[in-house]
Ligand binder design. Sequence first.
Ligand SMILES: NC(=O)C1=CN([C@@H]2O[C@H](COP(=O)(O)OP(=O)(O)OC[C@H]3O[C@@H](n4cnc5c(N)ncnc54)[C@H](OP(=O)(O)O)[C@@H]3O)[C@@H](O)[C@H]2O)C=CC1
Ligand SMILES: O=C(CO)COP(=O)(O)O
Length: 353
Amino acid sequence: MTESVAVIGAGSWGTALAMVLADNGHEVRLWGHNPNQINEINEYKTNKKYLPEVLLPEGIIGFSHLEEALEGVNAMVLAVPTKAIREVIRKINSIRKEPLTVVHVSKGIEPDTLLRISEMIEQEISVNILDSVVVLSGPSHAEEVSLRHPTTVTVSSKNMNAAEKIQDLFINHNFRVYTNPDLVGVEIGGALKNIIALAAGITDGLGYGDNAKAALITRGLAEIARLGIKMGASPLTFSGLTGIGDLIATCTSVHSRNWRAGNLLGKGHKLQEVLDNIGMVVEGVRTTKAAKQLAKKYDVNMPITDVLYDVLFNDVNAKDAVDLLMARGKKNEMEDFTNVLEGELNLVNGDNR
Ligand SMILES: NC(=O)C1=CN([C@@H]2O[C@H](COP(=O)(O)OP(=O)(O)OC[C@H]3O[C@@H](n4cnc5c(N)ncnc54)[C@H](OP(=O)(O)O)[C@@H]3O)[C@@H](O)[C@H]2O)C=CC1
Ligand SMILES: O=C(CO)COP(=O)(O)O
């Protein structure tokens, strides 16, 4: 069944997902806050700043007025950076009266509140207009999705009936959508992989090779999983698309904004210069702040996050940061991980020591 769907945010990911929906025959209303960009989308069927290589399908109509984009739709895809989510939801609250399903596709954690994105949305949106919140996440660079290269993602929600409807909305022979009921694990994996991608970019920028990158992906996954499990995620999710899958895609790709930012930092550029150069959202920077706070709150050892925080915010030199990581005391590879798992098992068995 074809539907009308609003995509809120006309950056690279919103535009690529609008293309998937249009390919599936849906009427897609792509909203962006820049009227010139929306004119370009409608007049030339291009979005050159974000996806310079592609021509947009006819089924996508650009809107610069939010009320028009939301008129009569039952679902909206929220595709703005984490830091813009509250502002956009507040605008929607003032316009929308009927309930709708919110599909969020952003990968972040809010510093200070330490909320996952579905939690931020639930906190900010008017109760009378929220049907369900669904997250769509996984290894999926917009650049490749827009070229219709094979891609797999996962949807999750507290309401798995809503998640299955969103699976049906997006799935096609280029874009395979799985479900996973572990909302915490899916959101944590998607957000925290950006920290590790920044670190992987730094080691590449420093000229280190595949050994360093494999170490970061593996030990990065261990620290993401340790935190995620303490927050209530299923350990299995971290071996899935939104765990190891997205880590591989993001840490090894020149498409990744986070990897590219890390790469420039590794080559000696300053953070602000790097962010200006990328010109798109580099979520891992803010998420590093949030993850450092979460590690403290949940008492989890996250050494890669710790040193990256110092590179980003305390002016620690990237090479010195790697040296610091390598010079830590000896360890059993599984020790922090088994401590967390044992803690979870003790809780399951009613032992709260
Ligand atoms: N790009 C990708 O491949 C993927 C991205 N994601 C996630 O999707 C989210 C969006 O990323 P992405 O599309 O890459 O980001 P981009 O930087 O490409 O685009 C962000 C879009 O949001 C708009 N925007 C920013 N602030 C506001 C605001 N306050 N109000 C309205 N619109 C705003 C930007 O407008 P303007 O042009 O004016 O700046 C731009 O259109 C991120 O959380 C990212 O992690 C997830 C999977 C894949
Ligand atoms: O999340 C992504 C791919 O799955 C995109 O990552 P970047 O934001 O680093 O480009």
